[in-house]
Design a binder for this molecule. Structure first.
Ligand code: NAP
Length: 246
């Protein structure tokens, strides 16, 4: 159980982040539901958590912005005094073949997916080190492990997140803070819903289990990594992908 723990989940108004927030709250954590643009959805997540007896609050921040993230973390710490579990889930895609990819699309994806995680870890690190405990869970992707045609910006950001995870895990290991990455495969959310049926079929054929995963599949692993049963695990990249990357 995570009773008494404070969890901060970025991009928790929709998709995988939403399910992570619900799962952590169901298991006793007080959850800060971060959103960037989806205020209403984030408020719905908070309402659902409160309705089932949990504790949650929605807070806006564009994690890609260094100064805004610093202000956001300061507000959180003023209010909650500590963050025990940080889940860097916020992410975007701007897919294109590299010869057609714009600088803007490259930068936007790197800024949100990779720099966003850096910003949150950087601003929370002093507090976590002082409390000598913490769990940082970065949501990477199987695209960062294997690469994916048409996603050079996204794959680079998610592979970068793996390097960030391992380096910070080494820096924080002696301070009681674990840092791990979860690499989802093909998960049914808004991010994948726009794909054509043909593209989905092609992707499904690459998954040994023959089907997409759910947000719950990811949230269940995050719960394990956030809890006491994962005490001796750090610097790992765990794929939740129906066997896609084996
Ligand atoms: P999604 O449904 O598109 O949701 C993306 C979330 O990220 C939204 O809550 C969004 O918040 C948030 N976000 C985007 N930019 C942000 C910013 N600058 N600051 C704060 N929040 C921001 O995507 P998803 O499928 O749930 O993906 C969640 C994570 O899993 C992402 O990191 C994604 O790369 C990763 N992942 C997904 C899959 C998949 O198949 N779905 C596979 C591998 C990895 P707002 O709506 O408030 O902007």
């Amino acid at each position: 159980m995570l009773t008494g723990k404070v969890a901060l989940v970025t991009g928790a108004g929709r998709g995988i982040g939403r399910q992570i927030a619900l799962t952590l709250a169901q298991n006793g954590a007080a959850v800060i539901v971060n959103y960037n643009g989806s205020k209403d959805s984030a408020e719905e997540v908070v309402a659902a958590i409160r309705q089932s007896g949990g504790s949650a609050e929605a807070m806006q921040c564009n994690v890609a912005d260094f100064a805004s993230s610093e202000e956001f973390v300061r507000t959180v710490l003023d209010q909650y005094k500590r963050v025990d579990i940080l889940v860097n889930n916020a992410g975007i895609t701007r897919d294109n073949l590299i010869m057609r990819m714009t600088e803007e699309d490259y930068d936007a994806v790197l800024d949100t997916n990779l720099k966003g995680a850096f910003n949150m870890i950087r601003h929370l690190s002093r507090s976590m080190i002082r409390q000598r405990s913490g769990r940082i869970i970065n949501i990477s992707s199987v695209s960062g492990v294997l690469g994916n045609a048409g996603q050079s910006n996204y794959s680079a950001s998610k592979a970068g997140l793996i390097g960030l995870t391992k380096s910070v895990a080494r820096e924080f290991a002696s301070r009681g803070i674990s840092v791990n990455a979860v690499a989802p495969g093909f998960i049914d959310t808004d991010m994948t819903r726009n794909m054509t049926e043909e593209a989905k079929k092609a992707l499904n054929s690459m998954i040994p289990m023959g089907r997409m995963g759910s947000a719950e599949d990811i949230a269940d692993l995050v719960l394990f990594l956030a809890g006491e049963h994962s005490d001796y695990i750090t610097g790992q990249v765990i794929c939740v992908d129906g066997g896609m990357s084996m």
